[in-house]
Design a protein around this ligand. Structure first.
Ligand code: GUN
Length: 305
């Protein structure tokens, strides 16, 4: 029977470390890390997500603000607001909740965010850094996936990892982060023939396809680490992942539940990215600040790219 990976507990541990560091940072730099979250429109689900992000950041002692904009805002006006935040030295992190209304080009908006404030790690410069292995901000959910795998104690290096899903925000970056950990990586997708033949070879299986019960017990290698990134609401209104949890838990070595697996890590990693942006900004000031920022980064656990 698989061990259930408790994302909630791990997320709390990461946030607790951040909470402990913030008073020290405030003493040293005279200010707290700041995060600006922008939402366009009033979609109920998106609103719940952004409130959770802002409330979590504030509960850790950060200075987080929500900017709510009307759904008919022009793309140019939204980009102007981002430019103002880019220029403000008291702003460390900026994120714009997606999706945006259809008259706004999401790529233009995401790419308008300064590289060193892009806490989502979605803009082209950070995606380039991720793939080049140069310094940048990696996206939150993929970072969370790596942390979840690491808590199992199963070494990633040398293992065969299969990712089901090739999205820009999960599948592709997870593949690169696993590659950075020395895994051998395959990305499967909706066009893959005989998915089962590939998934059943995986020592590490990460599923991000958005399809309930896509992964059944016969598709999983005994003892594998199974990370379910899927999150959909099924016909009965229940929040479910992509993995047939009840069946697969009898085969896998480790498995994440939905909810309570990847979700809490995404938000914890957003907090961590905001801290890293703050420390990079603080670091830029002097050699002493640089040393202090390095110490804090080590305490909250640095990110290797
Ligand atoms: N919409 C759903 N998830 C996310 C996320 O992680 N970041 C942003 N910006 N929008 C989202």
């Amino acid at each position: 029977m698989a061990e259930i990976i408790d994302g909630k507990k791990l997320g709390e541990r990461i946030k607790e470390k951040i909470r402990e560091q913030i008073p020290l940072l405030e003493k040293q730099y005279g200010r707290r890390p700041s995060l600006y979250v922008i939402i366009v429109g009033d979609d109920e689900g998106s609103m719940r997500y952004v409130n959770n992000k802002v409330n979590t950041a504030n509960s850790l002692g950060m200075d987080a603000r929500l900017i709510t904009l009307k759904s008919n805002i022009y793309e140019k006006e939204l980009i102007n607001i981002i430019h103002v935040l880019n220029e403000d030295p008291l702003v460390d992190g900026i994120m714009v909740q997606l999706p945006l209304p259809s008259h706004i080009n999401e790529d233009h908006v995401v790419d308008a965010i300064a590289k060193d404030k892009d806490v989502d790690g979605f803009n082209s410069l950070n995606v380039g850094s991720l793939w080049q292995g140069t310094h940048g901000i990696a996206p939150c959910t993929p970072k969370g996936v790596i942390q979840l795998i690491k808590t199992t104690g199963v070494p990633i290096s040398g293992k065969f990892a299969v990712i089901v899903g090739r999205s820009n925000i999960v599948g592709k970056p997870v593949a690169k982060l696993l590659l950075d950990e020395n895994a051998t990586v395959a990305i499967a997708h909706t066009g893959t023939e005989n998915l089962k033949a590939i998934t059943s070879l995986a020592d590490i299986l990460v599923v991000a396809a958005g399809q309930e019960k896509l992964i059944t017990a016969d598709m999983v290698k005994p003892g594998a680490v199974v990370i379910d990134v899927g999150i959909t609401r099924n016909a009965e209104g229940k929040v479910v992942g992509d993995v047939d949890f009840d069946a697969v838990k009898g085969i896998a070595g480790f498995i994440t539940p939905v909810p309570g697996g990847v979700g809490p890590l995404t938000i914890a990693m957003l907090m961590k990215n905001t801290m890293e942006c703050f420390l990079n900004h603080a670091e830029a000031h002097s050699d002493v600040s640089k040393l202090w920022a390095t110490i804090i980064k080590a305490r909250i656990g640095g990110h290797k790219q």
